[in-house]
Design a protein around this ligand. Structure first.
Ligand code: BGC
Length: 682
């Protein structure tokens, strides 16, 4: 008896040992093996900033893989993250999934939730945050968006993959508490959306490759976090296939001729059992079956225009207004000079497997500004815009700047500076750009800087010389339109930093750590990002969670109610200004006294509130017990220590507006048992 969708009938029992092993090794770069047509085609493709799909074409008689540039370039994950808007992440995910449906893809290799430990990591633009709660909650929504369309996701790169240099070999060496408090919670939160696959990282963790690491792939991922889907390797992350299967890896990608032989030989030698091979094959079959049963039911509900609109909106929500002295923004009238620096124009994203080259031709910023400002403004564009440095500093530009009322100067890092496979060497902007900018500030007092970089940069050379800074990040194909709308106030900026802008590289958490050739020691422990700057009282350029608006918000009436499973935090946010705007309210938990060294405070909740002028809204955020707990390595569990906690509610990690206290004290003796939160720590 065949069920609908033939493939639901295929179980491991119907397959030979050889077929099962074949299934564990992909067919080529992007496909799973069909076992000579027994199984349907199954295709995976990259994300996360759009669908990047490739085809084989013949060049000079040889087959080569080429990327097809016909999909929407969404902004980089870093920009999406600074929207702090999980609903938007869902919308972005669903829009990308629609393109997967159109192109016949089954799993999108996204999202990446690795923590931004150092701003140098070349792939930070592809990741969400220095904070695991923000990263996890945004990624969870992105996954829901993609999977709501019947397309699977791949939550990556598990785990402790926080640097790109020598990523295939360098061990991430870290203690258990740091791993559990900083580097795995984003995965745990995102796993609540049940991604079809989790992708292991390239790097060894504490000396054992992630792809062969039983602690990561089985103890944590399966036993503690309850993941039931397929664990796929990062591309070419597997060094020895049998060890990988034994540790809990299901699918090795891409196809590698030796993989099959290694697994078969290990089986014959008694190292791998048939049950272990079956376990992996069964999970892959389940995933294929899911697709076979639903593929023809997938529905595309977006259009190219609506997907482009999502890309634009994402920048509108995610761009961060870092500085706005004297309310120079929004631009209103007068003579506005638009100039800039970026060797390869405005980059839509960074380099590597996530790179999307969209066919969409962005308007020039000057044109977009002129269209929005109308007759009251004269927008002039300097020829040097987006050209190499020799022209930027040119006399003509400076003369034009001298006679302008305002100068809008865009600076971009390109997709070679910020790219997969290597780290940045420093976090300064190109020196020519900095020099040109400083020259401009000498001839014009009203310089506005637009930053197109995928990660935090050192702004110390110019931040106090310019009037405003708008951090757009890598904005995808909608970058310029959105930037113009933000600069003119057609849209009120509402993004907030998902990563700290440090004063300099020397001040960052990993700067002082000495590392040898093969190990990257996470000596800073749990003190990453704002947890580091706050603990060691380091000044920063712009703090985590910071972002300005063209209106102002007030916070009031904090109440904290103890609930059985934690606490409920309520407060009111009011728009006290004259224009509509959105405020991201941030909730941090501070453990007042602790037996272990803890961060000053940690983000445990947030909400983006949309408010008309003079409007107020009550915000309610539930904090589970886990929000108050730390990971206790003696118990091997999350532990809620009795005592006083503070709730800090604010507009940024450094702009706390309301503080309340809560005493969490379990009945006598109970804390010896019940406050040990157990599996998952809920
Ligand atoms: C990257 C992954 C990507 C894979 C397939 C790897 O190099 O690390 O993020 O999904 O390639 O392109």
């Amino acid at each position: 008896m065949k069920k609908k969708g033939v493939f639901s009938m295929i179980s491991v029992k119907d397959l030979t040992l050889e077929e099962k092993i074949t299934l564990l090794c992909g067919r080529d770069h992007w496909h799973l093996d069909t076992l000579s047509g027994k199984l349907p085609e199954f295709t995976v493709a990259d994300g996360p900033m759009g669908l990047r799909h490739q085809q084989i074409v013949e060049r000079d008689g040889k087959p080569v893989r080429v990327t097809i540039n016909d999909t929407t370039a969404m902004p980089a994950t870093a920009t999406l993250a600074s929207s702090w808007d999980p609903e938007l992440a869902k919308e972005v995910g669903a829009a990308i999934a629609d393109e997967c449906i159109i192109h016949g893809m089954d799993v999108l290799l996204a999202p990446g939730v690795n923590i931004k430990r150092s701003p140098l990591c070349g792939r930070n633009f592809e990741y969400y945050s220095e904070d695991p709660y923000l990263a996890g909650t945004m990624a969870r929504s992105y996954i829901m968006g993609v999977q709501s369309k019947g397309i699977g996701t791949s939550l990556k790169h598990f785990a402790a993959n926080n640097s790109e240099n020598d990523r295939h070999h360098q061990t991430s060496e870290l203690d258990e508490r740091t791993l559990r408090e900083i580097y795995t919670p984003a995965f745990e939160i995102a796993l609540e959306a049940e991604p079809w696959t989790v992708m292991c990282s390239y790097n060894p963790v504490n000396g054992i490759y992630a792809s062969e690491n039983p602690y990561l792939l089985t103890t944590l991922l399966r036993d503690k976090f309850g993941f039931e889907g397929v664990v796929v390797s990062d591309w070419c992350a597997v060094k020895e296939s049998a060890r990988a299967v034994k540790a809990g890896l299901d699918l090795e990608m891409p196809f590698r001729p030796e993989a099959y032989e290694e697994i078969l030989a290990a089986y014959k030698a008694g190292y791998l059992t048939e049950a272990e091979i079956d376990r992996a094959a069964e999970r892959i079959l389940k995933m294929i079956e899911k697709v076979a049963l639903t593929k023809d039911k997938r529905v595309v509900s977006t259009t190219p225009e609506s997907r482009h609109a999502t890309a634009v909106r994402c920048v509108e929500e995610g761009a961060v207004l870092l500085k706005n002295e004297g309310n120079i923004l929004p631009l209103k009238s007068g003579r506005i000079l638009v100039a800039g620096f970026g060797k390869r124009g405005v980059p839509s994203g960074g380099g590597g497997s996530s790179r999307i080259v969209s066919e969409y031709k962005q308007p020039k910023l000057s044109e977009a500004l002129a269209a929005l400002l109308g007759e009251g403004a004269e927008v002039i564009e300097d020829a040097a815009l987006y050209l190499a440095n020799k022209q930027v500093g040119a006399t003509a530009t400076l003369n034009a700047a001298y006679s302008a009322d305002t100068v809008v100067f865009s600076i971009a890092n390109d997709d070679i500076v910020e790219a997969e496979s290597w780290n940045r060497k420093d976090i300064r902007l190109p020196r020519e750009a900095e020099n040109a900018l400083v020259e401009l500030t000498r001839v014009n007092d009203n310089v506005v800087v637009v930053l197109h970089t995928g990660s935090a940069v050192d702004v110390s050379r110019f931040a106090d010389k310019v009037k405003a800074i708008l951090y757009v990040g890598f904005g995808g194909e909608g970058a310029t339109e959105a930037t113009a709308r933000l600069l003119t106030g057609a849209v009120n900026p509402s993004g907030k930093l998902a990563e700290t802008f440090p004063t300099s590289l020397a001040d960052t958490p990993t700067a002082a750590i000495r590392t040898d050739a093969f190990t990257d020691r996470y000596e800073e422990g749990v003190f990453v990002g704002y947890r580091y700057y706050e603990k060691w009282e380091k000044a920063v350029a712009f703090p985590f969670g910071h972002g300005l608006s063209y209106t102002a918000f007030e916070y009031s009436d904090l109440t904290i109610t103890r609930a059985d499973d934690g606490a409920v935090i309520e407060f009111t946010v009011t728009n006290t200004g004259d224009v509509e705007g959105k405020e991201i309210a941030e909730v941090y938990v501070r453990d007042v006294f602790s037996a272990v060294s803890r961060p000053v405070k940690e983000l445990k909740g947030y909400e983006k509130v949309s408010l008309m002028p003079k409007e107020s809204k009550r915000v309610s955020i539930s904090l589970p017990k886990r929000a108050f707990s730390y990971y206790n390595t003696v118990l091997g569990e999350w532990y809620l220590e009795d005592g006083a906690f503070e709730i800090h509610v604010g507009a940024s990690s450094a702009d706390i507006r309301l503080v309340g206290k809560i005493d969490i004290r379990t009945p006598k003796y109970e804390h010896y048992s019940s406050t040990v939160l157990g599996e998952g720590g809920k």
